[in-house]
Design a protein around this ligand. Structure first.
Ligand SMILES: [Zn+2]
Length: 255
């Protein structure tokens, strides 16, 4: 709704990592079935050598795709479905190109949980989390959070203040917010935003793509009493925060 969008002039400032997947398992399987038009079962793999394979059995296609395909745009998904109709097992050019461009997603090792650091110089994230948990989630939420290393690239005109990693199930908060110049209500609004990502997950849109900042998300986000104030503070102080984060970057590189 436009009124909801208007309340959050820069929704991507408090966003998931740039690289959030376009699909979840069910959404991708549904899209493939729609394109292929016949029964299909999708298995997602971390297999490093075979990124795409399938077999047909009893009128059902059993398709195995590397998890990188959660990032595949619709055109690539269509090309995968097209490939299933062929007798020739070679992936189509478009699919091959996508795989080559996404090889960085093929991990050598599973992602490891980083060391958790909640105590900062100005703020203790754990106590902020605990208060929000009592207030909004009946103290039921269990998810670790940590000060990040601040290595997230500053994006055009913005900073990723917080992120939620659905694979590690971990909330990271940018260390630039661990400062006395940052009001508690702003830090709380960032932590609360990421807690909502953990709480709500993604919802598929009509095309089956995963939407993270859904209408429900925006409504729940606005329940935080200082939501408007936090947005206004961000707008006013973004240049200062950007400079502070660049300074952190330089210090880190020096060390
Ligand atoms: Zn977000």
């Amino acid at each position: 709704m436009s009124s909801l969008a208007a309340r959050c002039p820069r929704p991507h400032q408090l966003a998931l990592p740039f690289d959030a997947p376009l699909w979840d398992h069910v959404g991708l399987e549904t899209a493939l079935i729609r394109e292929y038009g016949r029964p299909l079962r999708l298995t997602l793999t971390e297999n490093r050598s075979v990124l795409l394979s399938f077999r047909k059995q009893g009128g059902v296609v059993y398709l195995r795709l590397h998890r990188m395909f959660l990032h595949a745009p619709s055109a690539v998904v269509r090309a995968v479905a097209r490939g299933l109709r062929r007798t020739n097992r070679n992936a189509d050019g478009e699919v091959r190109r996508f795989m080559n461009e996404n090889l960085h997603r093929v991990r050598r090792e599973p992602q490891r949980m980083p060391q958790i650091e909640t105590r900062g110089a100005a703020y203790d994230l754990q106590s902020i989390f605990d208060r929000l948990n009592v207030r909004f989630f009946e103290s039921k939420m269990k998810v670790p959070l940590t000060w990040g290393r601040g290595s997230g690239r500053a994006r055009r005109g913005g900073l990723t203040f917080g992120s939620y990693d659905p694979v590690l199930r971990l909330i990271r908060i940018h260390p630039v917010l661990d400062s006395a110049i940052v009001p508690l209500m702003f830090l709380e609004s960032v932590v609360y935003h990421e807690m909502l990502h953990h709480h709500l997950g993604g919802v598929p849109d009509r095309a089956g793509r995963t939407v993270y900042h859904s209408r429900q998300f925006r409504e729940q986000e606005a329940r935080y009493p200082h939501h408007q104030q936090a947005l206004a503070w961000e707008k006013e102080n973004l240049p200062q925060l950007l400079r502070a984060s660049q300074k952190l970057d330089r210090e880190r590189r020096r060390r």
